[in-house]
Design a protein around this ligand. Structure first.
Ligand SMILES: Cc1cc2nc3c(=O)[nH]c(=O)nc-3n(C[C@H](O)[C@H](O)[C@H](O)COP(=O)(O)OP(=O)(O)OC[C@H]3O[C@@H](n4cnc5c(N)ncnc54)[C@H](O)[C@@H]3O)c2cc1C
Length: 475
């Protein structure tokens, strides 16, 4: 018998539906046939029957991961996007607050507020925030033009392209969570099923409606795999009961520091090195740890250099860093949080978006002579928030601008910390997220200097410098 030949090819979504591709892959578990032959014998109807039996009936849910969908979501509020983007195993790209501008009418009004006596207050605060945003663009742009003059031979358009994010980065602090945006989402049917359940169980009408629409459009492409995604009473009940329990706690004081390192492993350096020896050797973890503890400082340093010293700009650090975790209690402005939330490899528990933790003031708004208008808009938003939250604690968050602070619990491993601090600490990142990344880096460097010296952000300006340069106040 000749040796079977290697064969690698695509099951193309141009030729096969997502559900058929998923079945073709699933059947290789029991069938000796090639994927090509399995797929050729399938129809949409047979695929649906397979999924009803195996995925829905027997709970072999991972099969649904082979059915991938691309969902275009337009004109949804940034508040709703938080729920949409809370699924770790999906991919997203959304309208950028750094590179695009918002029109005055581009905001969402929740139906309960539109039908209430508070409708006019809501409209007025939106007008104040969006007008503040639009009107501040020109003076902050002029400030940036003075700070970053046009280069010789540079066209007006190129110059504006070069400095645009620098002025938009400041003006975006005005934008409320009601601001509308577009987001493209790529997800497999297993993630989508769970995402739809989450969306349908959400307290906001807008989010539940988005859930119903996502389900409708996903069913056109994957009729069986998301068919049974329904609201989960557990999710809504659990959220209500935990909210009530949390509200019974004594009232909150101001946070002691913007980012606090709550939990970490004091023996992280030993444990990381032991994990490296474990991975590349044959000893038990206990033996590896004992060996590292016995090492001289020089031997430990040499081992760290072997593990991390050769990292080039595009290298991903080794997975053994994932055995080391950190928990941070962090406060950052909402604009910064909106970027941090995109880091899926960490666990995040954000608190509700409120006006309770004060707001940041970008230095450039002050330098451009816009601090008073900005603060007036923030106070108007806070007043509207207070009025609305008495009746609609969830919907009130729509009026909260990007400038207000948000508190979020972050648990991440050291590999993700390398990525986050390097990507978000870079000079091209927004200054809000640079500040938070810098705070996280500083706390890791204090706890574990020998590990942090390999993070490719150690030469960045320290976070207090970023704070002093870009913020007139942080709340
Ligand atoms: C310069 C710049 C401009 C940006 N502009 C925009 C923008 O206009 N709009 C926008 O929506 N976002 C924008 N982002 C955000 C960006 O798209 C990422 O969502 C964000 O930086 C999180 O990064 P991450 O996915 O690498 O991180 P994490 O989610 O923390 O993932 C960590 C690492 O895990 C791996 N990983 C995680 N998930 C996957 C996956 N599904 N597939 C493959 N590998 C995975 C990758 O190696 C990744 O680097 C921008 C980011 C930068 C740096």
């Amino acid at each position: 018998m000749p040796e079977p030949q290697r064969d690698i090819y695509l099951l193309s979504p141009k030729a096969l539906s997502p559900e058929t591709i998923a079945v073709a892959f699933a059947k290789t578990s029991r069938s000796p046939d090639s994927f090509r032959d399995i797929a050729a014998a399938l129809s949409d109807e047979k695929s649906a029957q397979f999924h009803e039996r195996w995925v829905v009936g027997y709970g072999h849910a991972s099969v649904a991961e082979h059915a991938v969908l691309h969902i275009a979501v337009e004109n949804v509020s940034r508040l709703a996007i938080e729920c949409l983007e809370s699924n770790r195993l999906a991919s997203y790209t959304e309208k950028s607050t750094r590179y695009q501008l918002w029109d005055l009418s581009h905001y969402y009004t929740p139906r309960v507020i539109a039908a209430s006596p508070q409708a006019e207050r809501y409209r007025q605060v939106m007008v104040q925030l969006f007008e503040g945003y639009r009107r501040s663009l020109a003076p902050v742009r002029e400030l940036m033009q003075r700070q970053h003059p046009r280069r010789q031979g540079e066209s007006e358009a190129r110059w504006d392209g070069r400095i645009r994010s620098k002025y938009v980065d400041n003006c975006r602090f005005f934008l409320p969570a009601a601001a509308l945006a577009n987001v493209g989402m790529t997800a497999n049917a297993r993630v989508l099923e769970s995402a739809i359940r989450k969306l349908l169980s959400h307290p906001l009408d807008e989010v539940r409606e988005i859930g119903a629409e996502v389900k409708r459009v996903a069913q056109a492409e994957a009729p069986t795999l998301v068919k049974y995604a329904e609201a989960a009473p557990y999710q809504a009940l659990m959220a209500r009961e935990l909210t009530a329990a949390a509200e019974r706690l004594p009232s909150a004081g101001a946070p002691s520091a913007p980012v606090t390192l709550i939990d970490y492993d004091p023996a992280a350096e030993v444990n990381f090195l032991a994990a490296c020896l474990y991975r590349y050797g044959s000893r038990s973890l206990e033996q590896c740890r004992a060996a590292v503890v016995e090492m001289t400082p020089g031997d430990k340093q040499a081992l760290l250099d072997s593990a991390l010293g050769g990292l080039g700009q595009y290298d991903v650090p080794l997975r053994e860093l994932e055995h080391i975790t950190y928990t941070f209690d962090a406060v950052m402005d909402q604009g910064g949080y909106f970027e941090i939330k995109r880091h899926r490899m960490m666990t995040q528990s954000p608190q509700r978006l409120t006006c309770d933790l004060g707001f940041a003031v970008p230095r450039s708004l002050e330098l451009a002579g816009w601090r008073a208008d900005y603060e007036a808009a923030m106070h108007a938003a806070a007043e509207a928030y207070q009025r609305l939250q008495a009746d609609w604690p969830d919907e009130a968050s729509y009026v909260v601008p990007n400038g207000f602070n948000r508190r979020v619990l972050l648990t991440l491993n050291l590999r993700e910390a390398f990525h986050l601090c390097e990507l978000r600490g870079a000079s091209t990142a927004h200054f809000s997220v640079r500040r938070t990344a810098g705070q996280i880096y500083a706390l890791i460097a204090e706890a574990h200097p020998a590990l942090a010296r390999y993070m490719r952000c150690r030469d960045n300006p320290a976070w207090p410098e970023i704070e002093a340069e870009y913020f007139a106040a942080v709340g």
